[in-house]
Design a protein around this ligand. Structure first.
Ligand code: ARG
Length: 276
C-alpha cells in the first residue's frame, strides 16, 4: 500500500502519536470508526474526549444495504449481488472466494445477520494507491436486501452526509459489533487541500467533516463503506466511499472519500462485466 507512506512520513515530523494516523489500511489490524473527540485530546487524556458528538447506533433496517466485509471493511449493496467497497480493501482483481459479506443486521452477531461468500473481486482499473479508491465484490448469491443508488452527477456532492460503519469508535479503538452512524458536512476541495496538499486528488476525492472542531468522522474499519445523503426525490444516494484521513476526527483534518460521481460510469460498466 504505497499510499500511506507519504502521509506517514509527514506525520513523523509531527508526533509519534500521529504515526498510526493517515492510513489506508483496512480495520482488521488497526481500528476505529465514527469517532468521538480529537485524536490529540484522546491521546493526551485517558478520558474519552469530553463533550464530543461521535456516532450513535443505527436502528435495525435503517441502512439495509450496509455490508461488513471480512477483511475489516465496509461496503454497500450496489446490486443485490455486488458490493461496492474501496480498492484499498482488496488485493487485486479476479476470482476470489476468500471474502465473507455480512448483511441484514446492525448487530454482526444478530439473528438476522446473513453471511455470503465472494466469487470475484474487481479493483478499480489503474488503482495505484492515489485516488480511484473503489472496488466491487461479487457475491455467490443475491442478498435479499435493498440496494443503494450511486450518484452519477455532482449534484449531490454538497450539504450534509451520513456515514456509517462497524469500524472503530475512536482513533486506535476497536471494531464495533453494532453499526454506528453520524452526520458530517461537505468540505470543499480548496479547504481540504489546505489540510492534505497534494495527497488529495480533488477530481477523485470528496472531503467531509467538521474542520474546526473535528469530533465526528469515519475511522479504521469503516473503509469501503458508503457516505450518503437524500436526493431530491427523498431517497438515499451514495456520494462517497470511506477512503482515508489523518487520524480520525482530528480538527483540521476532514475524512477523505472516493467521489462516487466521478466513477459512476466505470462502476456501472464493471458491475455489468461481473454479471451480477
Ligand atoms: N483507511 C481507513 C480504513 O481502512 C478509513 C480511514 C478513514 N479515516 C478518516 N479519518 N475518515 O478503514
Amino acid at each position: 500500500m504505497p499510499r500511506h507512506l507519504k502521509p506517514l512520513k509527514r506525520a513523523l515530523a509531527v508526533a509519534a502519536v500521529a504515526l498510526a494516523a493517515v492510513s489506508l489500511q483496512p480495520g482488521s489490524a488497526q481500528a476505529d470508526h465514527i469517532h468521538s473527540g480529537s485524536a490529540r485530546a484522546t491521546a493526551r487524556t485517558a478520558d474519552p474526549s469530553p463533550g464530543v458528538v461521535g456516532g450513535t447506533r443505527a436502528t435495525q433496517g435503517e441502512f439495509p444495504w450496509m455490508v461488513r466485509l471480512s477483511m475489516g471493511c465496509g461496503g454497500a449493496l450496489y446490486t443485490q449481488q455486488i458490493v461496492l467497497t474501496a480498492a484499498h480493501c482488496v488485493d487485486g482483481s479476479g476470482p476470489d472466494t476468500s471474502i465473507t459479506a455480512i448483511t441484514g443486521d446492525v448487530d454482526l452477531k444478530g439473528a438476522k445477520a446473513v453471511s455470503t461468500r465472494s466469487t470475484d473481486v474487481l479493483q478499480a482499473p489503474g488503482y495505484n494507491g492515489k485516488g480511484k479508491d473503489w472496488a466491487l465484490v461479487r457475491l455467490a448469491k443475491p442478498v435479499n436486501q435493498p440496494t443503494l443508488k450511486i450518484a452519477d452527477t455532482t449534484a449531490q456532492n454538497n450539504g450534509e452526509f451520513t456515514i456509517a460503519g462497524w469500524g472503530a469508535d475512536r482513533e486506535g479503538g476497536r471494531q464495533q459489533r453494532y453499526l454506528l452512524k453520524a452526520k458530517v458536512p461537505f468540505v470543499d476541495d480548496a479547504t481540504c487541500k489546505k489540510a492534505y496538499g497534494n495527497q488529495l486528488t480533488p477530481g477523485d476525492e470528496i472531503c467531509a467533516g467538521y474542520i474546526d472542531k473535528g469530533g465526528v468522522d469515519t475511522c479504521q474499519g469503516d473503509s469501503g463503506g458508503p457516505m450518503f445523503r437524500k436526493d431530491a426525490a427523498g431517497g438515499w444516494i451514495q456520494v462517497g466511499i470511506v477512503s482515508w484521513g489523518q487520524g480520525c476526527a482530528e480538527p483540521g483534518y476532514p475524512g477523505v472519500y472516493t467521489e462516487v460521481s466521478t466513477f459512476a460510469a466505470d462502476i456501472k460498466k464493471a458491475a455489468k462485466g461481473l454479471g451480477g
